[in-house]
Design a protein around this ligand. Structure first.
Ligand code: PRP
Ligand code: URA
Length: 209
């Protein structure tokens, strides 16, 4: 699985252990999802191109490097992906945010689209799709297909927990997309939940169960 990157940084792993705990409160769950997104964003943007500039410090001129005007968009898959947006935006305050609304049909586990709103110049941007759970991969694969239909060329997927089934589907459907996760779990259960996972991410972020 060539384009899969698992972030095993101690801070991320520590926070993930709190997310997995079924006794973690909605407040703490939401905060930690956001913090992990921030830490993952730091790593996943490591290849952003830089340009040299000169800055005058109070002492002398300094050669510095800044991000070379790369246009980015963060694209959460609703609902649970929304939980990762704040962390990303706190790292990249001017980033544009597009939204894709999908839910998994509980019977078929197939993704159903109910919302799609992108920045008007989305085809000029690189996109980072965010969704905490990559389970069957149906939602992420469909979201990325819809994004590609708008003309977006470079797409990364950032999830907190991945299942082997989801990574396999993504690499088959979208071999050009780099996948970043904080953990690769064991398998899916008969309801399509990641085992051991963390349960239903959307319900735990929004307190709907
Ligand atoms: C969850 C999760 C992903 C999807 C992953 O969303 O946030 O979007 O399931 O599963 P998949 O890889 O099998 O497609 P859900 O459908 O529960 O909707 P929600 O975010 O609105 O709770
Ligand atoms: N969606 C979730 O929220 N959790 C899972 O384990 C699988 C899909």
């Amino acid at each position: 699985m060539g384009n899969l990157c698992v972030f095993d940084h101690p801070l991320i792993q520590h926070k993930l252990s709190i997310l997995r705990d079924k006794n973690t409160s909605v407040k703490e769950f939401r905060e930690i999802i956001s913090e992990i997104a921030m830490l993952m964003c730091y790593e996943a943007t490591r290849d952003l191109p830089l340009e040299e500039i000169e800055v005058e410090t109070p002492v002398a001129k300094a050669k510095c490097r800044r991000i070379a005007g790369k246009k980015l968009a963060v694209v959460p898959i609703l609902r649970a992906g929304l939980g990762m947006v704040d962390g990303m935006v706190s790292m990249m305050p001017n980033v544009k945010v597009g939204h894709i609304g999908l839910f998994r049909d509980p019977e078929t586990l197939e993704p159903v689209k109910y919302y799609f709103k992108m920045p008007p110049d989305i085809q000029e941007r690189d996109a980072i799709v965010v969704d905490p759970m990559l389970a069957t991969g149906g939602s992420a694969s469909a979201a990325i297909r819809f994004l590609k239909e708008t003309g977006v060329r470079h797409i990364k997927l950032m999830s907190i927990i991945g299942a082997p089934e989801g990574v396999k589907k993504m690499t088959e459907d979208h071999p050009d997309v780099d996948i970043f996760v904080a953990a690769m779990d064991d398998h899916l259960n008969e309801h399509g939940y990641i085992v051991p996972g963390l349960g239903d991410a959307g319900d735990r972020i929004f307190g709907t169960k």
